[in-house]
Design a protein around this ligand. Structure first.
Ligand SMILES: Cc1ncc(COP(=O)(O)O)c(C=O)c1O
Length: 431
């Protein structure tokens, strides 16, 4: 397999150099579990390259990743998609500009928008039509959407990208959950479909280590400027073990991965036929298994008792992340468990997130003097934090929104991550 970064690190490891440099483990794993990883975990040296430069083994590995994802440029990021999202917003949105963003975006988008002091317009429904309506008002620098989402639902990115181009706005796609899609029949990566910037968690759906992610571009942005933004926001000591893991994951996906993920998708399809699930559709991730439940929290608890840990449980759904690493035995175990718990399966009731009135720009609430009040006392006050039960970390409330009785009731109904106090803007009278 062609892995320029992984191979360069292994070659240097074999030279048995005297490592009078970072990291302090000096290539020796403290515990057996860290041994192989420490050996290739170097720092920026001539033979290893530098994440923030456009030459050397890291850049060569990124070049192969760009090709594999059908993008013009790809930059690794060891701060997860969170880091990639921050860099994307910084690149596409001048400070103080307008961002049209999906209200269901991950909290990293809200945080970046608040830090950059963007004027946010929220889209509760995302389609080429709703994006067009929002852009018609004029002046938006960028549009940010999520595709695929936690449940595997994808958006019509080529159509949305075309609308954005028509209005001169950049399209940012958070495809944190979609790293595997370019390797699946009939699917593509967001940058290949016209996203100006796409943020992709490698660790969520590929065999790559936690925190690994990429920022890709269809060509609107060059590697130099993307790396500049990433270097301002992310660690100056990116782990070479993490970067090598992305190089290896890409090489795997280009070879055996296609087959193992196709097999996984076929197993998911069988489960979808047998149990109540979100059905397959042309705009759904073939590998994402979303089981419908009358009580998703309870189903999650019962599965855990059987030693099965899903990715996410909410009132009416349980989400399983399935990849090419899952074996035939894993699927059999999951199916047995679902059969045993069939009484909890079926359509449940989902209380939709109550909408909120925006009273302040997110950045203004982010910077305002705050106080912390008991949740029940916060009705009518302006939220000065993100309230996002995790996962999926979609905010129920965000900076600058007015807290209503409906929000409090919703939070009380949630069975986990319940807050008892909340930060609000201290002086909200007259806003
Ligand atoms: C839609 C979405 N975007 C971004 C992120 C952040 O990704 P990461 O955990 O790689 O920083 C997540 C994490 O769950 C997510 O679900």
């Amino acid at each position: 397999m062609n892995m320029p970064l992984y191979d360069a690190l292994r070659a240097l490891e074999k030279e048995n150099t005297l490592r009078m440099h970072m990291p302090g483990h000096k290539g020796r794993g403290l515990l057996p579990a860290f041994e192989g990883l420490s050996g290739i975990d170097f720092t920026e040296l001539e033979p290893t390259g530098n994440l923030y430069c456009t030459h050397g083994p890291v850049y060569r590995a990124e070049g192969l990743a760009a090709q594999a994802w059908g993008a013009k440029e790809a930059c690794f990021c060891t701060n997860g998609s969170t880091g990639a999202v921050q860099a994307a917003l910084m690149l596409a949105c001048p400070s103080g500009s307008t961002l049209i963003m999906e209200r269901g975006c991950h909290k990293s988008v809200f945080t970046a928008a608040a830090v950059l002091d963007l004027n946010c317009e929220y889209l509760w429904e995302v389609s080429a039509d709703t994006v067009r309506q929002a852009l018609k008002k004029g002046g938006a620098a960028a549009v940010c959407i999520t595709s695929p989402d936690y449940y595997g639902l994808c958006k019509d990115i080529p159509a949305i990208a075309a609308v954005c181009r028509e209005f001169g706005a950049k399209l940012i796609v958070d495809e944190a959950h979609g790293a595997h899609l370019p390797f699946m029949e009939g699917c593509s990566g967001a940058a290949a479909m016209g996203a100006d910037l796409a943020c992709t968690s490698m660790h969520k759906t590929l065999p790559a280590i936690g925190q690994t992610a990429m920022l890709t571009s269809c060509g609107t942005f060059g590697a130099g400027e993307m790396k500049q933004a990433l270097s301002l926001l992310c660690t100056s000591s990116p782990s070479f073990a993490l970067m090598a893991s992305m190089d290896a994951a890409r090489a795997y996906m280009e070879t055996e991965g296609r087959e193992s993920y196709a097999r996984a998708a076929a197993e998911v399809e069988k489960i979808r036929q047998e149990f109540p699930c979100l059905p397959s559709s042309p705009l759904r991730d073939p590998c994402r298994l979303t089981v419908l439940s009358k009580d998703g929290f309870r189903l999650g608890e019962e599965l855990e008792k059987l030693g099965i840990y899903p990715e996410l449980c909410d009132e009416d759904k349980v989400v399983f992340i399935v990849t090419g690493m899952d074996t035939r035995e894993d699927f059999a175990r999951l199916k047995n468990a679902l059969s045993a718990l069939s009484g909890l399966l079926g359509s449940g009731e989902l209380s939709p997130i109550p909408a909120a009135d925006v009273k302040l720009r997110p950045g203004a609430a982010f910077r305002a003097a705050k106080k912390r009040v008991v949740l029940q006392d916060a009705v009518g006050m302006i939220c000065a934090q993100i309230v996002a039960p995790y996962p999926p970390a979609k905010p129920l409330l965000t900076w600058g929104e007015e807290i209503s009785q409906k929000h409090i009731a919703y939070l009380m109904k949630k069975r986990y991550n319940i807050l008892d106090k909340i930060f609000v803007v201290e002086h909200s009278d007259g806003i």
